[in-house]
Write a protein that binds this ligand. Structure first.
Ligand SMILES: [Zn+2]
Length: 189
């Protein structure tokens, strides 16, 4: 691969993925006979997760990571609206029931999952992965939602995910050191 292609092999699908992910949840508006707006199917990490499950060898992984990011940003903005009518999350036809007061929980958990899965898929965690998230979140917040609050919501969810990951990694580190100390002790007997 020539050096320029090599350089763009990850950022380009990542950026395209984010762009797609920002709008993907609202394709439920095109499928209203089957899906209610704010459908549980599109307002979740389900679509990129299925893509990963079935097409991970054919779709660029950074593209899927981008989709997760875009959906998380969209959901962070959606979680700010009141939990009435279209503000709630809805199951598809034939039941079309709302999750009611559990809707914000669904939205928050899926937004956090999206960020979590991005960090899993882009393990190098290059600065540009996170920089891309922040840039897209601030752009979507200011240009599409005309407010700063969606960006704040995304940042809070992002920080919570980082905090949980940090705690888990630390715990794993402590467990590993404890395990190696025990084997050392056993070996020195
Ligand atoms: Zn939406």
């Amino acid at each position: 691969m020539d050096p320029i292609k090599h350089m763009l092999a990850k950022p380009v699908p990542y950026a395209l993925g984010i762009w797609g992910g920002l709008w993907l949840p609202d394709i439920d508006l095109l499928l209203l006979p089957i899906l209610h707006h704010r459908s549980i199917i599109t307002h979740s990490v389900l679509i990129p997760w299925l893509l990963f499950l079935f097409f991970k060898n054919r779709v660029p992984l950074y593209g899927i990571a981008g989709l997760y990011v875009g959906i998380s940003i969209h959901l962070a903005a959606d979680c700010l609206s009141a939990t009435v009518g279209f503000g709630m999350i809805w199951t598809p036809w034939p039941f079309k029931m709302s999750l009611g007061p559990a809707s914000p929980v669904w939205i928050l958990v899926n937004a956090a999952l999206g960020i979590w899965l991005t960090l899993q898929l882009a393990p190098e965690r290059k600065l540009w992965t996170v920089a891309g998230m922040c840039l897209a979140a601030s752009g979507y917040s200011l240009l599409n939602e005309m407010a700063m609050l969606p960006f704040v919501a995304f940042s809070l969810i992002f920080s919570a995910v980082l905090f949980i990951r940090y705690k888990m990694e630390r715990k794993q580190g402590i467990d590993k050191t404890a395990a190696s100390l025990t084997t050392e002790r056993i070996n020195s007997r």
